[in-house]
Design a binder for this molecule. Structure first.
Ligand code: ATP
Ligand code: MG
Length: 321
């Protein structure tokens, strides 16, 4: 049967940001938001804008924070039929403040919100039954109730010839949890495309050596690693040995949150449109770079046409190989 939409399962949040840099939230602050957010939601929004064929499984509360998200995802072409509206719990949220050195302080409400209450129902089953690709964000592994549904979806989609991408989004403190690392190993064994940052691939492989880390993930079954390198762009390593690097676009970074998610959504969206690795890589780089220019993690997601314009208009450090 035909391979349908790209889907993801995970948290849908609003993000509320302190307007001024500094430490934490221990005094009254000027805030801006709510902005639609949640790593999987940002990914799928960008992916839908590129490929027009994407859906999400998640949960929001019966409140304005939930409606802000659903309306945005719908407007950008995401199939929201499998997003449930929880009658009791509020929509998940993240309060963020940037420190002067670029680090971030967070106050999260995820596992005790609707975002932590992702359920399997007729709508989610039917989206999974049609899906051709599933993207998993490591953040969802910390949501207690989501795992059985993820396993179910991964098995179904892979069995019918679909593919899986994984953005580990992992921190050292989380990886030391044994349930988390078991789940990560399971996912790696099913992953076609891994989208880590420089640091994350080392954490996933539990080594300090990049070449050893690459070897480890390829031997686990990964076919392609696309390394996100921030201001240094991105590099694709294929298990066959081919390497493609793409240098970064020169932009002024205003709000870096969401760059990695937009990068991934654009990369997967382009691949699923049938583009080559270099074609997808330059567009994903553009999606990440464009996104850091906007306040709000999902505000900079772009259509293919906007990406083409951005690529034409924006200088780069060196050419794309
Ligand atoms: P996050 O998880 O915080 O969203 P990430 O660590 O997953 O981010 P990054 O490497 O920060 O991912 O960003 C993804 C991609 O976006 C980079 O590979 C690059 O192509 C682009 N990008 C990010 N920041 C910049 C920047 N300051 N200038 C140019 N391009 C950038
Ligand atoms: Mg990331």
């Amino acid at each position: 049967d035909e391979l349908g939409p790209t889907i993801t399962i995970g948290e849908i949040l609003v993000e509320i940001m302190a307007k001024k840099q500094g430490e934490g939230f221990s005094e009254p602050l000027d805030l801006t938001g709510p902005y639609p957010s949640g790593a999987p939601a940002i990914f799928i929004d960008q992916c839908a804008k590129i490929s027009g064929n994407a859906g999400m499984i998640g949960s929001v509360g019966d409140d304005d924070f939930g409606r802000v998200n659903i309306e945005r995802l719908k407007k950008d072409g995401v199939d929201t039929s499998a997003i449930t509206i929880d009658p009791l719990l509020p929509t998940g949220s993240a309060f963020v403040r940037y420190r002067n050195d670029g680090a971030r302080d967070f106050v999260f409400n995820i596992s005790t919100s609707a975002a932590g209450n992702i359920i399997k129902n007729r709508e989610s089953e039917s989206l999974i039954a049609s899906a051709g690709h599933i993207h998993i964000m490591g953040t969802v592994l910390s949501i207690p109730g989501a795992w059985p549904l993820i396993e179910y979806a991964v098995e179904k989609i892979k069995r019918r010839g679909g593919t899986l991408s994984l953005d580990p989004n992992v921190r050292k403190e989380i990886k030391s949890d044994s349930v988390f690392s078991q789940r990560l190993s399971y996912l790696l064994s099913k992953t076609d495309l891994l989208l880590p940052s420089d640091e994350e691939i080392l954490i996933v492989a539990d080594t300090d050596d990049f070449d050893a880390a690459l070897k480890y993930v390829f031997s686990a079954g990964v076919k392609e690693v696309v390394l996100k390198q921030g201001r240094d762009g991105a590099t694709c390593y294929h298990h066959s040995g081919s390497v493609n690097h793409c240098s970064a676009f020169e932009v002024t970074e205003i709000d870096p949150t969401g760059a990695g998610d937009c990068f991934g959504g654009a990369y997967v969206g382009c691949l699923r449109l049938g583009m080559s690795t270099p074609q997808a890589l330059v567009r994903a780089n553009a999606a990440g770079a464009r996104n850091v220019q906007f306040i709000g993690p999902m505000e900079g997601s772009a259509s293919l046409q906007e990406l083409e314009m951005f690529i034409t208009d924006t200088p780069r450090r060196t050419g794309c190989k």
